[in-house]
Design a protein around this ligand. Structure first.
Ligand code: PA5
Length: 420
């Protein structure tokens, strides 16, 4: 990943360079990479979550689903399915059209529509992902879906169609053993939003035809790169720039891509940075946009609204190309005849960065090498690492999310859950 800045205030580059020498910054990085700190929460920084036995199991389960199934329902919420959704939408093969999501909300309409769709399909598989199996959204939806499968196929055949991803020793593991579900381990030392390159993210990605071996190679190379480059890495520059911009009053970050297939990647990023960084009265609000489409909705505000927003332009280029044809009649668009839409998209982004930065909006550019599975692996780890470092630069814990408990406490009380 390459990091660069487009900003009127050229001193920001110097400030980033100066902070790289700063003791507080170096201590934050040391804290992140030291094995003693946050022990038990940094499994995502190691390679065990995609060891050969884990990958073999993922391949054998995903091959079975791809050859026998015609609908795959992924049940999970938050970190338990955002990474898979993002990668599947951008990279999945034709099987991605057979993937559905459930348990990411409590909408009866959405679940009823899904059940209607299941009636029209023959071979259904369900992957329920829940670290502790206490979250209401996946818990309630899994109950409905397994009762549907049991009614339709009988208990034993239903069990064959269910893959449960949970922590060893959890009630989900017990239920799986008792009912003949396939059980996959959700690594205890990895939190939901850091789980892209564990069985949590990799199984659904493999089902959708993503080359998960290449993806984890990308993760692994990015891990090595972070170790090699330390504070001089692009991830560190990005984390430091966020901190500096926040201090200057920029409390909203908009992640922008010019590629609509990265829309769900934006949701993954939003969860990663929002849930990790919004604590102790601090935090940058993570917003996302796809340009040029959203220039026609949010572009006005960015150009001329309050100066509290900065933009991060993520580019993951591929070799797509589409030439604008000649026209048999004049339509006013003669000037684009023979031009490549890919080039036009790039020109539009450059023009946008020029316009926004000249109006005082700090613009960061993050340029990945490509958009294949390998590059996605690198990009996932890049953002995880820079997010954790960014949190430490703010002095907040990147791995907890205690604030989410407050709504749950009230909801559980209203629902009459035991012990609340
Ligand atoms: O990132 C996180 O830790 C959270 O977003 C969780 O993934 C989410 O709350 C779902 O948790 P669970 O898998 O325990 O149902």
């Amino acid at each position: 990943m390459r990091f660069s800045l487009a900003y009127q205030d050229a001193s920001l580059n110097d400030e980033i360079a100066a902070l790289k020498e700063d003791t507080d910054c170096l201590s934050a990085l040391k804290l992140l990479i030291s094995p003693e700190s946050f022990a038990g929460l940094k499994g995502w920084m190691g390679k065990a979550s995609f060891s050969a036995p884990v990958m073999d199991e993922i391949h054998s389960i995903s091959d079975r689903i791809r050859s026998d199934g015609d609908l795959f329902v992924l049940v999970g919420v938050g970190g338990s399915n955002q990474a898979a959704q993002a990668a599947i939408d951008a990279l999945g093969d034709g099987f991605r059209h057979n993937v559905r999501y459930a348990g990411n909300g409590l909408s009866p309409r959405a679940l009823s529509r899904l059940l209607e769709e299941l009636d029209g399909r023959n071979e259904i598989y369900v992957n329920v992902i829940a670290k502790n199996f206490a979250t209401l959204e996946p818990g309630s939806h899994f109950r409905v879906l397994r009762s549907y499968l049991e009614k339709r196929y009988g208990k034993a055949d239903a069990g064959r169609r269910i893959i449960a991803t949970g922590t060893i020793g959890s009630s989900l593991e017990r239920i799986s053993r008792e009912n003949g579900y396939t059980f996959l381990a959700f690594p205890e030392d990895i939190g939901g939003r850091y789980s892209a390159h564990s069985a949590v993210g990799l199984l659904p990605m493999a089902v959708a035809g993503i080359d998960v071996d290449r993806l984890v190679e990308g993760v692994s190379d990015q891990m090595d790169e972070e170790v090699r480059h330390g504070i001089d890495s692009a991830a560190a520059s990005y984390a430091i720039a966020r901190r500096l911009l926040y201090e200057k009053g920029f409390c909203i970050e908009q992640l922008v891509s010019e590629e609509p297939s990265l829309r769900l990647f934006g949701r993954w990023w939003r969860q990663m940075y929002g849930e990790s960084g919004g604590k102790d009265g601090l935090g940058i609000y993570p917003a996302t946009s796809i340009y040029t489409e959203d220039l026609h909705s949010i572009g006005q505000l960015v150009q001329e609204g309050a100066r509290n927003l900065f933009e991060t332009f993520l580019s993951m280029p591929d070799d797509s190309s589409l030439i604008i044809p000649a026209s048999s009649y004049a339509d006013g668009f003669e000037y684009i005849e023979g031009k490549d839409l890919a080039e036009m998209n790039r020109i539009a982004i450059d023009a946008t960065i020029g316009a926004h930065s000249s109006a005082g909006v700090p613009c960061i550019r993050l340029d990945a090498d490509g958009c294949d599975a390998y590059s996605w692996g690198r990009v996932f780890y890049f953002f995880e690492f820079s997010c954790a470092l960014s949190c430490l630069l703010f002095g907040v814990n990147p791995f907890d999310q205690n604030g989410v408990e407050e709504y749950k406490r009230r909801m559980f009380k209203a629902l009459g859950q035991n012990g609340v």
